[in-house]
Design a protein around this ligand. Structure first.
Ligand SMILES: [Zn+2]
Length: 194
Protein backbone atom coordinates (compact mmCIF):
# COMPACT_ATOMS: atom_id res chain seq x y z
CA UNK A 1 0.00 0.00 0.00
CA UNK A 2 1.20 3.50 -0.72
CA UNK A 3 2.23 5.52 2.27
CA UNK A 4 0.51 8.71 3.14
CA UNK A 5 2.15 12.07 2.73
CA UNK A 6 5.09 12.42 5.04
CA UNK A 7 5.63 15.43 7.22
CA UNK A 8 9.24 16.43 6.86
CA UNK A 9 10.84 18.03 9.89
CA UNK A 10 11.91 21.59 9.00
CA UNK A 11 15.47 20.79 9.94
CA UNK A 12 15.56 17.90 7.46
CA UNK A 13 13.97 19.89 4.69
CA UNK A 14 16.56 22.63 5.17
CA UNK A 15 19.33 20.01 4.96
CA UNK A 16 17.88 18.71 1.67
CA UNK A 17 17.56 22.18 0.14
CA UNK A 18 21.04 23.18 1.26
CA UNK A 19 22.61 19.79 0.43
CA UNK A 20 24.05 19.70 3.92
CA UNK A 21 26.50 16.79 4.33
CA UNK A 22 26.25 17.13 8.11
CA UNK A 23 22.96 15.28 7.85
CA UNK A 24 24.19 12.38 5.73
CA UNK A 25 24.32 10.12 8.75
CA UNK A 26 21.03 11.34 10.12
CA UNK A 27 18.62 10.35 7.37
CA UNK A 28 18.08 9.65 3.69
CA UNK A 29 15.25 10.88 1.56
CA UNK A 30 13.33 9.27 -1.24
CA UNK A 31 11.32 10.96 -3.97
CA UNK A 32 8.12 9.11 -4.70
CA UNK A 33 7.84 10.20 -8.32
CA UNK A 34 11.25 8.80 -9.26
CA UNK A 35 11.53 6.00 -6.71
CA UNK A 36 15.10 7.11 -5.97
CA UNK A 37 16.59 7.84 -2.59
CA UNK A 38 19.47 10.18 -1.80
CA UNK A 39 21.72 11.48 0.89
CA UNK A 40 20.81 14.97 2.10
CA UNK A 41 24.03 16.31 0.55
CA UNK A 42 23.10 15.08 -2.94
CA UNK A 43 23.35 17.81 -5.55
CA UNK A 44 20.31 16.54 -7.40
CA UNK A 45 17.42 18.89 -8.07
CA UNK A 46 15.44 19.91 -4.98
CA UNK A 47 12.32 17.77 -5.01
CA UNK A 48 8.74 18.74 -4.43
CA UNK A 49 8.34 18.28 -0.67
CA UNK A 50 4.98 16.60 -1.18
CA UNK A 51 6.78 13.71 -2.87
CA UNK A 52 9.53 13.32 -0.31
CA UNK A 53 9.79 10.48 2.13
CA UNK A 54 12.33 10.40 4.95
CA UNK A 55 14.15 7.15 5.68
CA UNK A 56 16.34 6.37 8.67
CA UNK A 57 18.69 4.32 6.48
CA UNK A 58 19.14 2.73 3.07
CA UNK A 59 17.86 -0.59 4.32
CA UNK A 60 14.41 0.82 4.99
CA UNK A 61 14.41 2.73 1.71
CA UNK A 62 15.23 -0.42 -0.25
CA UNK A 63 12.58 -2.30 1.63
CA UNK A 64 10.09 0.31 0.52
CA UNK A 65 11.21 -0.36 -3.05
CA UNK A 66 13.21 2.82 -3.47
CA UNK A 67 16.48 2.65 -5.38
CA UNK A 68 19.71 4.35 -4.41
CA UNK A 69 20.71 7.43 -6.39
CA UNK A 70 23.57 6.74 -8.75
CA UNK A 71 24.96 10.15 -8.12
CA UNK A 72 25.30 10.25 -4.34
CA UNK A 73 25.38 6.47 -3.76
CA UNK A 74 23.51 6.51 -0.45
CA UNK A 75 24.08 2.85 0.26
CA UNK A 76 27.60 2.33 -1.01
CA UNK A 77 28.82 5.13 1.11
CA UNK A 78 27.30 4.23 4.40
CA UNK A 79 26.94 0.53 4.37
CA UNK A 80 29.45 -2.20 5.03
CA UNK A 81 29.45 -5.06 2.56
CA UNK A 82 27.56 -7.38 4.90
CA UNK A 83 24.71 -4.94 5.17
CA UNK A 84 24.71 -4.31 1.44
CA UNK A 85 24.37 -8.03 0.85
CA UNK A 86 21.64 -8.28 3.47
CA UNK A 87 19.71 -5.68 1.50
CA UNK A 88 19.95 -7.83 -1.57
CA UNK A 89 18.87 -10.87 0.44
CA UNK A 90 15.92 -8.89 1.73
CA UNK A 91 15.05 -7.84 -1.80
CA UNK A 92 15.14 -11.43 -2.98
CA UNK A 93 12.97 -12.49 -0.05
CA UNK A 94 10.34 -10.00 -1.16
CA UNK A 95 10.64 -10.51 -4.91
CA UNK A 96 11.58 -14.16 -5.32
CA UNK A 97 8.46 -14.78 -7.39
CA UNK A 98 9.52 -12.27 -10.04
CA UNK A 99 11.97 -12.99 -12.86
CA UNK A 100 15.12 -11.86 -11.05
CA UNK A 101 18.48 -11.49 -12.74
CA UNK A 102 21.90 -10.60 -11.43
CA UNK A 103 21.85 -7.40 -13.47
CA UNK A 104 18.56 -6.40 -11.92
CA UNK A 105 19.83 -7.07 -8.41
CA UNK A 106 22.99 -5.13 -9.16
CA UNK A 107 20.98 -2.23 -10.50
CA UNK A 108 18.68 -2.13 -7.52
CA UNK A 109 21.51 -2.35 -5.03
CA UNK A 110 23.71 -0.01 -7.03
CA UNK A 111 26.71 -2.22 -7.53
CA UNK A 112 28.20 -3.90 -10.55
CA UNK A 113 26.95 -7.43 -11.30
CA UNK A 114 30.49 -8.73 -10.99
CA UNK A 115 31.05 -7.12 -7.61
CA UNK A 116 27.66 -8.21 -6.33
CA UNK A 117 28.23 -11.79 -7.40
CA UNK A 118 31.62 -11.90 -5.72
CA UNK A 119 30.61 -10.16 -2.50
CA UNK A 120 27.38 -12.11 -2.16
CA UNK A 121 29.28 -15.33 -2.42
CA UNK A 122 31.91 -14.14 -0.01
CA UNK A 123 29.38 -13.04 2.62
CA UNK A 124 26.78 -15.79 2.22
CA UNK A 125 28.80 -18.69 0.89
CA UNK A 126 26.61 -19.10 -2.19
CA UNK A 127 25.69 -17.03 -5.23
CA UNK A 128 22.60 -14.84 -5.58
CA UNK A 129 21.17 -17.31 -8.11
CA UNK A 130 21.62 -20.17 -5.67
CA UNK A 131 19.94 -18.16 -2.96
CA UNK A 132 17.01 -17.32 -5.23
CA UNK A 133 16.56 -21.02 -6.03
CA UNK A 134 16.73 -21.89 -2.35
CA UNK A 135 14.06 -19.33 -1.42
CA UNK A 136 11.81 -20.50 -4.24
CA UNK A 137 12.16 -24.15 -3.25
CA UNK A 138 11.41 -23.35 0.39
CA UNK A 139 8.28 -21.46 -0.60
CA UNK A 140 7.27 -24.26 -2.94
CA UNK A 141 7.70 -26.85 -0.19
CA UNK A 142 5.57 -24.72 2.05
CA UNK A 143 2.82 -24.36 -0.56
CA UNK A 144 2.87 -28.09 -1.28
CA UNK A 145 2.09 -28.71 2.36
CA UNK A 146 -0.40 -25.96 2.96
CA UNK A 147 -2.37 -25.66 -0.28
CA UNK A 148 -4.04 -27.88 -2.85
CA UNK A 149 -2.58 -26.01 -5.80
CA UNK A 150 -1.10 -28.14 -8.55
CA UNK A 151 2.64 -28.66 -8.78
CA UNK A 152 2.75 -26.58 -11.96
CA UNK A 153 0.85 -23.73 -10.33
CA UNK A 154 3.14 -23.75 -7.34
CA UNK A 155 6.24 -23.74 -9.51
CA UNK A 156 4.99 -20.71 -11.39
CA UNK A 157 3.84 -18.98 -8.25
CA UNK A 158 7.26 -19.14 -6.61
CA UNK A 159 8.99 -17.84 -9.72
CA UNK A 160 10.08 -20.85 -11.76
CA UNK A 161 9.31 -20.20 -15.40
CA UNK A 162 9.40 -23.88 -16.34
CA UNK A 163 7.57 -26.70 -14.59
CA UNK A 164 9.98 -29.48 -15.65
CA UNK A 165 12.87 -27.40 -14.38
CA UNK A 166 11.06 -26.82 -11.09
CA UNK A 167 10.40 -30.54 -10.64
CA UNK A 168 13.95 -31.53 -11.55
CA UNK A 169 15.50 -28.97 -9.25
CA UNK A 170 13.13 -29.82 -6.41
CA UNK A 171 14.04 -33.48 -6.67
CA UNK A 172 17.73 -32.71 -6.87
CA UNK A 173 17.70 -30.55 -3.77
CA UNK A 174 15.08 -32.26 -1.62
CA UNK A 175 15.52 -35.82 -2.78
CA UNK A 176 11.88 -36.34 -3.78
CA UNK A 177 9.54 -34.98 -6.43
CA UNK A 178 7.09 -32.23 -5.41
CA UNK A 179 4.19 -34.72 -5.55
CA UNK A 180 5.96 -37.25 -3.32
CA UNK A 181 6.95 -34.48 -0.97
CA UNK A 182 3.31 -33.47 -0.65
CA UNK A 183 2.18 -37.06 -0.09
CA UNK A 184 4.85 -37.69 2.50
CA UNK A 185 3.85 -34.60 4.42
CA UNK A 186 0.16 -35.42 4.24
CA UNK A 187 0.90 -38.86 5.67
CA UNK A 188 2.53 -37.23 8.65
CA UNK A 189 -0.52 -35.15 9.47
CA UNK A 190 -0.98 -36.94 12.75
CA UNK A 191 2.30 -35.60 14.10
CA UNK A 192 2.31 -32.72 16.53
CA UNK A 193 2.91 -29.33 14.99
CA UNK A 194 6.38 -28.02 15.31
ZN1 LIG B 1 21.43 11.50 -4.88
Amino acid sequence: MDSKKTNIPDEYWKAIVECDPAYDDAFLYGVRTTGIFCRPSCKSKVPNPDNVRIFPNAYVALKEHFRPCKRCKPDGLQLPTEEWIEQVVEWIDLHYDEPLTLNMLADISHGSPFHLQRMFKKVKGFSPAEYIRQVRLNKAADLLQTTNQSVAEIGMQVGFSSTPYFITLFKKKLGVTPSSYREDRRNHDGNAND
